[in-house]
Every structure is written in structure tokens, then in C-alpha cells.
Design a protein around this ligand. Structure first.
Ligand code: GUN
Length: 293
């Protein structure tokens, strides 16, 4: 029997409807809407596209967005000043610094500068540190990993005690999702470009999170039958059949994996819609906290 499809769009739409209700309630009570500040520096087209999608989603649910758009020639000081101005703005409840920052900008001090109360991306080193520590809870967790965890729960995956394999160790996805799985009492293995015999490790996994950024890297015959598979990859590939001339495919070879897994996400329509939704949810949470509720 082919795997059940874990539909991120359906889950995201449901959650966004709930966020829109909350945003309307917040606005009625405070007299102004929840606000998300976005720092976009540089000319990476993918980053510009993500930021446009985030702004549109904010508009849809009734969250105001405040953009600080800067060129690739921006200095460290200018980027830090943009964050500081959003920290100081009472109409801004959440701050997102779109990554990667341009070459020559040191990311670490920029992320450290984001007010902890407004760190809706969860990338402040204190929030990441608390995510990794036993008995501590960060104020906010990063959007994409949180979306993966929500989808696992939607799929009915048993996380506690499961063997979970994360493929990829980026600061944005691989590392934080591994920490979140560990907090949820999974036994976690992180595979990466230097891992030996990755297939035999993936074969042990009840849960696979693929976030390595390589198109169709994980094949169906790597998987343990019945595994739950979350595909974080969004790899742009040429596609003459698509009117744009390109399309996006995941890190998992869907056509073979769907016959082995018990549940699987699609690309697009899996993790992607969840990322923005979790950012909106974190912004709403930040707004209520800052309003004293
Ligand atoms: N770049 C790619 N993904 C993300 C994300 O989730 N947040 C930010 N800030 N930048 C990103």
C-alpha cells in the first residue's frame, strides 16, 4: 500500500485560519495589529522570494509587516542598526533576519542582537542553547523544524523511543530539528556529507528528516518499510514541462519512497507551507507575550 500523504497545505491553512482569528482579536484589543519586522540584505533572488511570500502571508492573516531592505553592499553596522530599530519599535513584535546574509556580514552578532522577546525565528544563541538543554524551553523554536514536528504529529508518528535520522546539519534545519526530536525523546542520529554508509543508518530509521539540499538524494530502497518521511528539500531543477521552465523537487526520491514509507510529505505542498505558518504562529505568540498576555 502506498504511503499516506502528509499534506502540509491542509495543516497550514487550518493553522493560518486560527492565527487570523487571533490577530483580529489582538487588533481589536490593542488598537493596532501584531507586527513582524523583516531584515532582507543582499540580492539573493530566493531570499527576496521567501520574504515576499512571508509578507503576503502576514497580510492574509492580519499581521503588519515592516521590511528593512538593504543592498548587498550594506555594512555590518547598517544591518545591526536595522535590527536595533526593529527591537526599539513597539509595533514590531517579531523580528526575522533573512539568511543567508551577504558575504562580509558576520551573522552571529546580528542574530545575537535580536531581542529575545522578538526572536520569532528562534535563531538567537540563547534560544538555540535552551533548545539543546534538558529541562529548558526556548521562548521560540525555528520555523521549519517546528513545522516538521507538527507534521510528524499530524501523521500520528510515534516520536518517543523512535529511531530518528536527520540528514543534514544546517543551523536552520538539521541541527534544530535534531534537538527538537531529542527533546521529544527520540533516539537521534544526524547524517551529513562525511557520514559513512549513510544508507545503512537511514535503514534503521522509523522517522527520516531529509534536509541536505540534494535533489532526490534519498532513495526508496534506503528506507525501513513503514518509516515516516519528512522531506525538507526544495531543489530548483530545469523542467521544460513547467511554464516557468523550472520546478522544485525534494531531497527524497518520492516515486520510490512512496512505496516503502507509511507516511510521506510531498514537495511542494509539504514542509514549505508549514515554515511560513510557524513563523506567523511565533509572531502571534510574541505579540501576546509583549502585550502582557
Ligand atoms: N533562510 C532559509 N530559511 C530560513 C528561515 O527559516 N529563516 C530565515 N531567517 N532565513 C532563512
Amino acid at each position: 500500500m502506498p504511503a499516506a500523504i502528509i499534506d502540509g497545505k491542509v495543516v497550514a491553512d487550518r493553522m493560518q485560519a486560527e492565527i487570523a482569528e487571533q490577530a483580529a482579536r489582538f487588533t481589536a484589543k490593542q488598537g493596532y495589529p501584531p507586527g513582524l519586522g523583516v531584515v532582507l540584505a543582499g540580492d539573493d533572488p530566493a531570499s527576496a522570494q521567501y520574504v515576499r511570500m512571508k509578507s503576503r502571508a502576514c497580510e492574509r492573516v492580519g499581521i503588519a509587516s515592516f521590511s528593512r531592505v538593504m543592498t548587498a553592499a550594506s555594512t555590518q553596522q547598517e544591518v545591526e542598526d536595522a535590527v536595533a530599530s526593529l527591537n526599539a519599535d513597539p509595533k514590531v513584535h517579531g523580528i526575522l533576519v533573512q539568511l543567508p546574509l551577504p558575504k562580509g556580514i558576520n551573522e552571529e552578532p546580528v542574530l545575537r542582537l535580536v531581542s529575545l522577546d522578538k526572536d520569532v525565528d528562534g535563531f538567537h544563541p540563547v534560544n538555540i542553547g535552551m533548545l539543546g538543554m534538558k529541562g529548558r524551553d526556548p521562548l521560540f523554536t525555528p520555523a521549519t523544524p517546528t513545522g516538521c514536528m507538527v507534521l510528524l504529529k499530524e501523521a500520528g508518528a510515534q516520536i518517543e523511543g523512535a529511531n530518528a535520522v536527520v540528514i543534514g546539519r544546517s543551523n536552520i534545519v538539521g541541527l534544530p530539528v535534531a534537538l527538537m526530536l531529542m527533546k521529544a525523546n527520540a533516539t537521534v542520529t544526524v547524517c551529513h556529507s562525511r557520514t559513512r554508509d549513510m544508507q545503512s543508518i537511514v535503514r534503521q530509521a522509523d522517522i527520516v528528516i531529509a534536509a541536505i539540499g540534494k535533489a532526490e538524494f534519498v532513495k526508496g530502497d534506503w528506507l525501513k518499510p513503514g518509516a515516516v518521511v519528512i522531506d525538507v528539500g526544495t531543489n530548483k531543477v530545469d523542467d521544460p514541462n513547467d511554464e516557468r521552465g523550472y520546478t522544485f523537487i525534494g531531497d527524497v526520491e518520492y516515486s520510490s519512497a512512496v512505496n516503502v514509507a507509511s507516511a510521506i510529505t510531498k514537495v511542494p505542498g509539504g514542509v514549505g507551507p508549514m515554515t511560513i505558518t510557524m513563523l506567523l504562529a511565533n509572531t502571534m505568540k510574541a505579540a501576546w507575550r509583549l502585550a502582557g498576555e
